[in-house]
Design a protein around this ligand. Sequence first.
Ligand SMILES: [Zn+2]
Length: 464
Amino acid sequence: MGDRKIIFHIAVLLGVAMFASSFTLLYAEMCVNCALENNQVNSPLNIIAPDDILTYSTSEFLSIDELGTPIVSGGGIHTVTISNDAPSQFPLGETTIIWTATSGGKKATDTQIVGIASSPADIDSSNKIVILEFADGWKSIFDLGKPIFDKYGIKTTQFIICGSVGGNSPYMTPEMLLILQSEGHDIQSHTMTHPHLSDLSSQELIFELGGSKECLEDIGINDVKVFSFPYDDGWDVPEVVDEVSQHYEFARSQTDPLFYLHCNYPGSSQSDCSTFDGLGNLNEFHRWSIPTFNHNNLETSNSDDLQTLQDFIGVVNGATLNTPTAIHQIPIINYHKVHFNNSLDFDSVSFSTSTILLDAEMKYLKENNFTVIPFSDLVYDEVNNYFFVPQVICEIPISGIWVVNESCHVLNDVIAPSSMIIQNNSVVTINSQGSITIPSGKNIIIVDGSGLQLIHGSSLNILS
Ligand SMILES: [Zn+2]
C-alpha cells in the first residue's frame, strides 16, 4: 500500500469565492503518517487563475463581486499565500489581473483577464426585440448552447439541414430537435443537403425545398413555415424563389444588421416587401430575402471576444423605430456552432461561438429585458406586403362587454359577444386577414388616448 497520506487542506480553496480586493488566504498542508521529507517538500508550486470574465457596464467603471477561485497545487509543507492585484473598480476594456501564490521561497503566478463592454443605459423598451437564429443544426448547439439558453430562459430558432439529422454525425439527432421544440425553440428548414440552390435543376429544387419540409414533419416538427437559404444563395433567382414560395411562408437569406419589416431600407426606394417590382423583376428586398447579421464573420474579424460582445451590444440595440403597438425593425443574429472556451483570447474556430461569449451575450439580453422571439412569430401580410409581429393577440370574452386594457392584434374574423370598450391607452389593430363584428344594438367605445387601427384588407362590421 505504501504510505497512506491524509492531507488536510486547512483552508479549502475550492468553492470559496475570491473577492476583488487584494487579500491573503492561508493554505497549508499537513501530512499525517508520512515522512515530512517526502516529495511534497520539493513539489513545484503552481497556480491556475480563475476563468476570464466577460461582461458589460452602463457606466465607466464596474465593481465585480466574485472573480472566481484559483486552483493552487504543490508548495510542500509551507503555508501558501495567495494574492491578486485586482482594482476595486474595473474600467471599460480589458484589465489583466495577476494572481500570485507564494510558499516558503517559492512563487507562482498566472493571469486572468476581465473584459468589460460598454452598454447604453436607456433604450426604449419597444426597441428591445431580437431574433437569434442558429444555422445547420450542429450538435454543439444542444450540448454547449442549450445549457446557456436555459440559464437565461432564451428561445432560439434552429434552421436544420434535414438530410444531416441523426446518425453518428456532428449534427443534432431527431430526439434533440424534439426536446428543443418541446421547450419552445423554433425548428425550421435549411434544405436537405445544404447545396447552392442557384445551381440546381427544378427536380433537385423540389427535393431540397419540399423534401426538407416533409423530412422535418416526419421527425415530428410542427409548423414548418420558414426557410433559410444556404450560403445566402438563390434569393435573387426567380425559379428558386418560386419553388421556395410553394412550400414556405417566408425566408431568410441576405446579410444586414437590421431587418426592416416593411422592406423600406435606408437608401432603397422600396416601400413594401413585394416579391416583384412593377416590371416583373425580383425586388432587392422581399418576403424571401429577410437579412440576418452574421455573428461568425464578426468573430473572425475581431481580435477577441470583448470586441465581439461590444459589437453585439451595438447590433441588438440597433432598432430605433419601434413603438408599443408596432414593430418596424428587428436585429436578427445568425450563429452556427458553439465551442467550449472560457478565455477572452481570440480563438479561430470557424463558424463557432465560444461559451464565454455566448453566455455574456445571453446574459446581456436577459438582464436588459430584451424580448427574444422565434422566427415563426413573424406574420406576412399578403394584402399590404409587409411583415408584422402580433405582440399580443386580442382575447375575446365568451360573454359580456369586451374590455381592452392592453394593445393587441386581431388576426382572424371575430364576433364580439356584446359592446366593446378600448381603454387604458390601448390600440386594437385589426390585421389584413382579420375582422371584428359587433352585434346589433351594441357599439364600440374608444376612451381618450386609445384607438382602433384597421389595416388595409381588414374590416369592422357594426350590425344595425
Ligand atoms: Zn448553413
